[in-house]
Ligand binder design. Sequence first.
Ligand code: ZN
Length: 202
Amino acid sequence: MKIICIGRNYRDHAKELSNPVPKNPLVFMKPPSALLLENKPFYYPDFTNNLHYELEVVLKICKNGRHVQPDFSAGYYKQIGLGIDFTARDIQDRCKEKGHPWEIAKGFDHSAVVSSFYPLSDYNRSSIKFEMKKNGDSVQQGDTSDLIFKFDYLIEYVSQYFKLQMGDLIFTGTPAGVGPVKVGDHLEGYLEGKKIIDCKIK
Ligand code: ZN
């Protein structure tokens, strides 16, 4: 399986990091070894001093396909969950300055926290609300109605380049409010009010 991630897919988040709003989806990947499942604790890595959380809605791909056409894209994901795209912001900034790839800042071990998945049919797909709490305080409030590139278009766009395979995950981007974590912090991710991510930083 692969983990496909979309950057800068909410205007307010692009702005908070002084990035331009993209004309096409910004795509990067994390390797399968980045997965951290079942609310296991996250161990703060040695190589960064500025680790950020980014809470995102995650789509689970349910069938194989390439060059998916717009009318069919909705058939490629039937379940959603939440994920944390952990980012070593200091390393990412250095990579960006040099025009280097981001993998070491975003694809390191356990950088992709992923919740359980739930049927998309239980939600109003055009407006799904999600929230991150850090140590009990609400730090991110997202609503998929604010996505620049909607789920269906992401399927269409990404599948032009990468064959989608059953079990692949798509992190769909984070809203504003990203920020640093430190050892001892407690992150909780809520999907429509239900807590589905509980992550302790150790
Ligand atoms: Zn992200």
